[in-house]
Design a protein around this ligand. Sequence first.
Ligand code: PLP
Length: 442
Amino acid sequence: MKKPTDFVSSDLSYYWLPFTPNRLYKSAPILLSSAEGMFYQTENGDKLLDGTAGLWCCNVGHGRRQIAEAVKNSLLRLDYASSFSVSHPQAFELSERLCDLAPDGFNRVFFTNSGSEAVDTALKIALAYHQARGEEQRTLFIGREKGYHGVNFGGTSVGGIDNNRKQFNNNLLDVDHLPHTLDIERNAFSRGLPEYGKECAESLLEIINLHDASSIAGVIVEPVIGAGGVIPPPKGYLKRLREICDQHGILLIFDEVITAFGRVGKAFAAERFNVTPDIITIAKGLTSGTIPMGAVILKQEIYDAFMEGPEDKIELFHGYTYSGHPSACAAALATLDIYEDEKLFQRTIELSPIWEDALHSLKELTRVIDIRNYGLLGGIDLRADTDTLGQIGYKVFRACLDKGVLVRGAGDSILLSPPLIIEEGQIDQIATTLKTVIKELN
Ligand code: PLP
């Protein structure tokens, strides 16, 4: 592999990379130039096994011709169509296909361009829904510590990752937070859903007590926390949240930007956990990351609450120039075809015991303090030394890159979410590479 100092390209100074230590990156840049199947190729010609599905999104693997063709044809046929009082057939077709996949009762879709926009749209819909029903005092949202709901102001407010909030201390929404459920003392090295922590859901009752249920619009959680560390819910936890929300007229929003489209073995985590929220947000796997797109899927009764009054009245003063963009719809429809044709959601169920075994084979390493997994998600927590606190993940990420494997380092954790087309041998390669790299840290 070429040394970073050999790197020759145009000036890298102009681009401000998101969520990146820019000076560090630019001192040793990594540029991906192409991708196929399970692999990226770098500018230097090195192949990288993708252990992260890009950024939790390329579920059907890279370089899928079927999607590229669909997008190309769509672009040539209809480059752009507004969704403000006009539209195009694929937006309706995609809405219907998504509702077919969604839990029973979900049959309305609002398109956005990203997960962050989906979250903010869901929060706005929740507020406006209560208003439409004469409960405009319901304005408070409950998020959860370690939750990630994107980076717009709504999502940042309900989000629970401290660094993402601290820099913008003037959050715009009225929020409170549930405690997170990560409990390494009791649940370390759980395989799948952890045994302990269902009682964390009872904190919702305390929050309700504090603010009064009549002021609360919604609770938003990721069914499995992703970016905050891959934290599967304790057994019974989500069901209990559902019960409490029902008892108090509070909307339950599942942010399924990561967990939808097979990541946990079903189209939606709601189905896998048999807990039905009121609103679901999606993005990422919707187009397998190929074209930016997000959406909010909701129950008809929520939509219906808006369909009152004169028919010439706009029911929701919200939308994006690119809502339901034809190219994105084409990419999503082709992606859904691949999920179906290749039975990829089922594949996750079949592969997850192998994935689980591979990850848990790292348990004996002294640096490893916890391993969590669910579906094709994995999180590994590492013990850092005082001088490397918060940096071990990055070190492991860079060392794995040198060995041809792309993982995600976040603080002192490694987060994994490979494309659902991963083969058994490649699961082994990810685990073996991590083992070697983590051993070398000692
Ligand atoms: N919600 C969740 C659960 C996510 O994981 C993410 C992104 O990782 C988002 C929202 C934000 O999505 P985007 O980056 O597309 O805005």
